[in-house]
Design a protein around this ligand. Structure first.
Ligand SMILES: NC(=O)c1ccc[n+]([C@@H]2O[C@H](COP(=O)([O-])OP(=O)(O)OC[C@H]3O[C@@H](n4cnc5c(N)ncnc54)[C@H](O)[C@@H]3O)[C@@H](O)[C@H]2O)c1
Length: 241
């Protein structure tokens, strides 16, 4: 019950990695305030772990700010809401750019800003983890806007660490490899597609959402009191080779 008496805002908590974070943080005692787009997901999450939720389309900056205000002051923030639109560089559309950057980067920065303002007003303290990706570090075909959004979020994480650090707020990122959420399971179940990618992983396997959540919880915990502005690969060694 390491997070007993503390609260965490989690964007994208309805599914996948965000949901695994919600389960783990609740199991360790935190009150979870879940922000996501699909009301049914949030309802089933509340039934499962309690807590509060706000249904919001984070693509809309004003709605994102209102949702953060509704969420109220919390000790921690996890930015997990994210999407990908697969387009080759030659075919990049402005709609794809707007959709991917709008969620993965703008909404994450708005959430960090509103969280930071509330924490500073409360006298400081707290921690943020932004979820980025190995795709911010390696050139995967079709991931032009996604890579830009994740590399951008890592740069922003360092600036936030620097500006929020004096207020006692730590800001870090985790960069997961392929993580077997429901959607990813479908996308990677074909061995012909997954084998070359798995061969680039020293451990020979992809991550589970629970393993990514465990890395995030570690970065939020007092064990990481001196870790600020870092990007932690949760990638089974993919980025090391
Ligand atoms: N799954 C992977 O292989 C993988 C690998 C590296 C990084 N990531 C990153 O991890 C994060 C979570 O990914 P996931 O696999 O759990 O995805 P997912 O699709 O399973 O879940 C994403 C969640 O974000 C929410 N969301 C999406 N757009 C939203 C919007 N406009 N407003 C509000 N909520 C919105 C969805 O409703 C959903 O609950 C993302 O940032 C993703 O880029 C995932």
């Amino acid at each position: 019950m390491m997070f007993s008496g503390q609260s965490v805002i989690i964007t994208g908590a309805g599914k996948g990695i965000g949901r695994a974070c919600a389960r783990l943080m609740a199991a360790r005692g935190a009150e979870v305030i879940a922000l996501s787009r699909t009301a049914a997901d949030l309802e089933s999450l509340r039934e499962e772990i309690g807590g509060r939720s706000v249904t919001v389309d984070l693509a809309d900056p004003a709605a994102a700010r209102r949702a953060m205000a509704q969420a109220g002051r919390a000790d921690f923030l996890i930015n997990s809401a994210g999407i990908n639109v697969l387009e080759s560089a030659l075919d990049m559309s402005e709609e794809g750019y707007e959709a991917v950057l709008g969620i993965n980067l703008r909404a994450a920065l708005i959430a960090c800003q509103e969280f930071g303002r509330a924490r500073v007003a409360a006298g400081g303290g707290g921690a943020i983890v932004n979820i980025t990706s190995i795709a911010g570090h390696r050139g995967f075909a079709g991931h032009l806007c996604y890579a830009a959004s994740k590399a951008g979020l890592e740069g922003a994480t360092r600036v936030l660490a620097r500006e929020f650090g004096p207020h006692g707020i730590r800001v870090n990122a985790v960069a997961p490899t392929v993580t077997l959420t429901d959607l990813a399971l479908a996308a990677w179940s074909d061995p012909a597609k997954s084998a070359p990618m798995l061969a680039r992983h020293p451990g020979g396997r992809f991550a589970s959402a629970e393993e990514v959540a465990a890395g995030i919880a570690m970065l939020l915990s007092p064990d990481a009191a001196m870790i600020n502005g870092a990007v932690l690969g949760v990638d089974g060694g993919f980025l090391a080779v």
